[in-house]
Design a protein around this ligand. Structure first.
Ligand code: SAM
Length: 390
């Protein structure tokens, strides 16, 4: 059994053993799901919660006595792969934000470019362009946005590169025909179903080398994740979109305005939850869909009217928002505490998903390596799966 398979088995057991920690839907909970944690979580005041939400190490220290094996698993770090020798910016890279450029350079440093390249979900094809320039190998970039393809083509032409764009849907059946054996298939930050397709198509075509950094694990066909590897199917923890989103829930960044909007949204969603339970006379959560963010610049009454319309409920007239907002505040405190615990599992769940992809490739005869390709300051989605048949 490979080292990756060993780690996968241990991780699968850990996740199943602790599923009652990461499965609860915080918004649906009206009490703390883990009574034994009540003393430690209840004693936290607002300032401590604010601080803990910005300091993962402090959360780990706080919860280590109650979840020692989970906190120990957070030390299972993946190796650091190659980094670019420098991040020099050629003229054509102007307009690419610094952190994106660093990701592209670091990803490129991990590609030996010994074969023609297929760049999957390429955007403007910056990575493909960098590799075409560096290696002289032909590059095909698949992207479905015609504007991005046009801009990428113009840049390739201006540099005289053998770099062409295929403007097509990666999820269409005929995209499989882009994969050949004598090829290297790459994807920098391809979302869930898109990178799953890449792996299946590349394995079916016997593509010589693959390099993939996955993102947005929850953007899959259907609601339930079907493990890619046979090992994953044997130890399937049963992940839905809700669980697949967990690895993407980073610390809140983005400045005061974004934090304020997030605070309002969370409060209003919870206030609506309290309201709908009362209107329907049923103590059950009713999920609300995503909504246009301009709703947040109005007031809770307008939000509640919109939400009631979506759910076929009638908002009482006249409507006094104050009691619902007040009751939501208590729920918000609960959600914050539940999230502290759930967030312990962001990394173990992401590692499980990465290993499922890696083991699928091993099962198809690939030599596989898993590691980080760039610094976390550049992106939290910094894992790279490298595979080769050579
Ligand atoms: C997260 S971006 C990554 C772009 C580029 N690889 C990078 O890292 O800068 C994902 C890209 O996939 C493209 N995309 C999304 N769905 C697609 C589909 N079904 N077929 C082809 N491209 C798609 C988007 O237009 C977008 O350019």
């Amino acid at each position: 059994m490979s080292d990756l398979a060993d780690l996968f088995n241990t991780l699968s057991t850990l996740l199943l053993r602790h599923q009652s920690d990461w499965r609860p839907l915080p918004f649906a909970c009206t009490s703390l799901p883990w009574p034994e944690l009540a003393p430690v979580l209840a004693s936290l005041d607002d300032a401590s919660l604010d601080r803990l939400e910005q300091d993962e190490a402090a959360v780990h220290a706080l919860l280590a006595p109650w979840r020692p094996e989970v906190v120990a698993a957070l030390d299972w770090r993946l190796p650091e792969l190659r980094r670019a020798a420098n991040y020099a910016t050629p003229r054509w890279s102007s307009g690419i934000p610094g952190r994106k450029w660093a990701q592209i350079c670091d990803f490129g440093a991990n590609v030996d470019a010994n074969h023609p390249i297929l760049e999957w979900c390429a955007g403007k094809g910056h990575l493909g362009r960098l590799l075409a320039l560096r290696s002289g190998r032909p590059v095909t970039s698949l992207e479905w946005n015609p504007d991005l393809c046009r801009q990428g083509e113009q840049l390739a032409d201006s540099l005289g590169l053998d770099h062409r764009f295929v403007c097509a849907d990666a999820l269409a059946a005929d995209a499989a025909a882009l994969f050949t054996a004598n090829q290297q298939a790459l994807a920098l930050h391809a979302c869930g179903e898109l990178h799953l397709r890449l792996l299946r198509h590349a394995a079916a075509a016997g593509t010589r080398a693959i390099a993939l950094s996955p993102c947005c694990y929850h953007l899959i066909d259907g609601n339930d994740y079907r493990p890619l590897s046979a090992a994953g199917r044997r130890q399937d923890p049963g992940l839905g979109r809700h669980e697949l989103r967990l690895p993407l829930q980073q610390q809140v960044t983005g400045g005061a305005r974004i934090a304020r909007l997030r605070h309002i949204e969370q409060g209003w969603r919870l206030a609506f939850d309290v309201l709908q339970r009362s209107l329907r006379g049923q103590d059950r959560y009713l999920p609300l869909p995503a909504f246009p963010k301009q709703l947040l610049s109005g007031d809770f009454t307008a939000f509640a009217r919109w939400a009631c319309e979506r759910k076929g409920l009638r908002l009482p007239e006249p409507f006094d928002p104050a009691p619902w907002l007040a009751r939501a505040e208590g729920r918000r405190q609960l959600v914050r505490r539940i999230e502290l615990v759930r967030h312990l599992y962001r990394y173990p769940l992401e590692l499980w998903l990465l290993l499922d992809r890696a083991l699928f490739l091993e099962e198809q005869g690939y030599w596989v390596r898993l590691g980080t390709f760039t610094a976390c300051a550049n992106t939290p989605r910094r894992y790279l799966i490298q595979a080769s048949l050579d």
